[in-house]
Design a protein around this ligand. Sequence first.
Ligand SMILES: C[S@@+](CC[C@H](N)C(=O)[O-])C[C@H]1O[C@@H](n2cnc3c(N)ncnc32)[C@H](O)[C@@H]1O
Length: 281
Amino acid sequence: MAVGRVEAPNHPDQANGGLTRRYERATALAFVPSESEIASIYDRIAEEFFHHRHDTTTDFDIVGWPWMRTILNGRVNGKDVLDVACGTGVVSHKLFHDFEPESVQGVDISGEMIRISRREIRDKRARFSLQSASQMDFPDDSFDLAISTYGMDYIPDLSSALREIRRVLRPGGSFVFLVPHPNRNQLYYEGGGGEGPFSEGWYVETWPGAGGVEIPKHYLKLGTWIRELDLSGFNFKRMHEPHPLQPAMEAAPEIYQRYMRGPRTVIFDAVTEGARATALS
Ligand SMILES: C[S@@+](CC[C@H](N)C(=O)[O-])C[C@H]1O[C@@H](n2cnc3c(N)ncnc32)[C@H](O)[C@@H]1O
């Protein structure tokens, strides 16, 4: 697959500094990328990605994490947590900052991402290991909680990963993960990109960091995510569509305005057993 630098066209959102803003367009891929292709892209951009993700004014800090923190409240302290596709460990870091987990184990297929996680998070309760979520070497029933942020949409073999996460979770354990909302495609591409919220499959997006890097990404509709969870033995419990909370209006007005136009992310909350909830939040 051709992966390389591209010229980012001028776009109104680029005025905001580029990196955290626009993915210029998406091109459908006729094949599923391999894990090694994905890993080599992240190896290449790891350091820049680290600076981007550990910047505390990203969309995730302003909108996503406040929601995740609330959803995870009461479910982390004293627990063994798995951070799936942990990248540079930004969420592991937040777990230690905001909660008291017994342990946090991150997994990722990019050696550079894992190296940075180990470098940045020195907490004795943290472990980071280079392995695919689709084939983990942990025994059954190893964790109480699995989390993932912006990770499940990059995994080539999604169903194996979901089955593996299910396998390593203890009975009653949960999986809480955040991925881009399909509606984001409409919002991103309303300028003429042509990819709307019904797109499914693998697309290549241009990440504006590092001068423009093409990254393959898996688009799924909301119902497809839920079906995949069901097929993997999870009980889908809740789905959240984070909107910016009031403090964001002053702290980050641009992000606030953008998120008020429609959901950009979705958080799924699933359990390994228990009754299916009747109402969605
Ligand atoms: C957009 S980054 C997100 C990283 C991190 N969760 C965060 O929020 O910053 C996606 C990550 O998914 C990882 N990844 C892709 N496929 C994977 C797989 N099969 N198993 C584990 N990690 C994977 C990539 O290497 C990359 O680090």
